[in-house]
Design a protein around this ligand. Structure first.
Ligand code: SF4
Length: 440
């Protein structure tokens, strides 16, 4: 029996792929162990941010001593980091024996076995439409109460700053039948919350040509019995359609929470980013969302310091924060990713200006988020308590339907239960609450 350790660096998609791979290996008779005891250590990593790549590079270097002494462990690098850097990692470190991108996840379990038999394998290829899925519900999950389900792979949008279309490949929707089957299996396993995942969930089905769209899928998932909560990420302003909020308002189990990345408040910069929507279209979409779901939790992503961003463009982004008053914004200073169009654009913005702009938007957004969160004190919510809180003894956590983290006084026995929670205080990051009643 082979022993493996799995290390995941990156977004929910990497967590989901990691859970699938773990399940497939365990089903083949492998045992998951601590890294020190493993025959094969698998790094499933993300390439979207340079930081995750640096982390994996430095982790890989650590195996030199063990390799020289014991010729183990073998190492596999998977996920989009492997698609971009796998060959270089294999060349540099003799212990890296398997590299495979996200489009070849279906071949990984067998490849792991061949590696243990002494082979050195690269599963990378240049065909961006290739996709070999792994039809295993991710049942060996990190969290037993909530699960992610990928509904589509890759992206065709080619935003000029983003590496996803190059490392995750072109956009491919999974069939509704296979998604529904997977969600039903998760529900039968006791899952209470499912998050549907895609780089752009709103494009779901556009490659089918039969009129089955993301709103059709949302409705079909919502009709699955005994599934109390459904979430989804991420939306794209160019593809968001009113029928999505129509379905959401019809089914209370679909959480009223939408991440609608604006990326910039400047029309000029949106064009340079190739985002394919205008500010006017974005504004209309927000208005449709807020009219259908008045209590919606609206979050966004914003990049400052994109090449050529003038002070005026930056002020447009500041104005957008004030106008849309998001619950949360994932802000980032633009960082060039090799292989993308924006990395070669002239007028790259000096680091100190980017950092100054980042500090300004973070400060404004913190104030807005704090005001919104303070207004929720004394409200009550039905919340699935799903984990221990990362800091502090005797604290657990869950999320409001609008996707705000709530830290709750209580023991681990509350985890896995729905409870009525009264919000007692708030800051700009999260809410704090106490249990009024255990619902189930
Ligand atoms: S929509 Fe744009 S930012 Fe999002 S994954 Fe696709 S290319 Fe990247």
């Amino acid at each position: 029996m082979y022993r493996f350790a799995l290390k995941v660096y990156g977004c929910q998609m990497n967590v989901y792929d990691g859970d699938k791979l773990r399940t497939a290996l365990i089903q083949k008779g492998w045992k998951e162990v601590e890294e020190e005891e493993a025959d094969l250590v698998i790094f499933n990593g993300c390439s979207i941010r340079a930081k995750a790549e640096h982390k994996v590079w430095s982790e890989l270097g650590r195996y030199g001593d063990s390799w020289n002494e014991k010729s183990k462990p073998y190492v596999a690098v998977t996920g989009c980091i492997a698609q971009r850097l796998g060959e270089a990692m294999m060349t540099r470190f003799p212990w890296v024996r398997l590299v495979g991108g996200p489009r070849h996840i279906g071949n990984l379990p067998e490849a792991c076995e061949r590696v243990m038999a002494g082979e050195c394998i690269s599963l990378l290829d240049e065909d961006p439409r290739a996709f070999i899925d792994l039809e295993v519900p991710p049942i060996e999950r990190v969290n037993p109460w909530k699960a992610y389900v990928t509904i589509a792979h890759g992206c065709d949008n080619y935003c000029t700053y983003c590496i996803v279309p190059y490392v995750r490949g072109r956009f491919v929707s999974r069939s509704p039948e296979s998604i529904i089957r997977e969600v039903e299996k998760l529900v039968a396993d006791g899952i209470k919350e499912v998050t549907l995942l895609g780089q752009n969930v709103d494009s779901y089905g556009l490659d089918f040509d039969n009129g089955y769209t993301f709103s059709s899928l949302l409705r079909d998932v919502a009709n699955i019995e005994n599934l109390p909560l459904i979430r989804f990420v991420t939306s794209h302003p160019k593809d968001f359609t009113p029928d999505i909020v129509k379905v959401m308002s019809h089914y209370p189990k679909i959480c009223p929470s939408i991440n609608l990345p604006i990326q910039s408040g400047s029309e000029r910069i949106l064009q340079k980013m190739n985002r394919k929507y205008t500010l006017e279209k974005y504004r209309e979409t927000v208005s449709i969302i807020r009219s259908a779901l008045p209590e919606v939790g609206l979050t966004s992503d914003l990049i400052v310091g994109f090449p050529g961003e003038t002070e005026e463009d930056f002020q447009d982004s500041v104005a957008a924060l004030h106008e849309f008053r998001y619950d949360l914004v994932h802000t980032a200073a633009y960082s060039p990713r090799e292989g993308t169009v924006a990395a070669t654009m002239p007028d790259q913005i000096p680091q100190e200006i980017k950092m100054k702009r980042l500090n300004i938007v973070n400060e404004i957004q913190s104030r807005i988020a704090s005001e919104i969160n303070q207004s929720l004190v004394n409200r009550t919510y039905s919340i699935l308590i799903d984990d221990v809180a990362p800091k502090g003894e005797g604290l657990v956590q869950g999320r409001t339907p609008t996707d705000k983290v709530v830290i709750i006084k209580g023991g681990k026995d509350l985890i896995g239960h729905f409870a009525t929670i009264k919000i007692t205080s708030a800051d700009n990051w999260c809410l704090y609450g106490e249990v009024i009643d255990i619902v189930d």
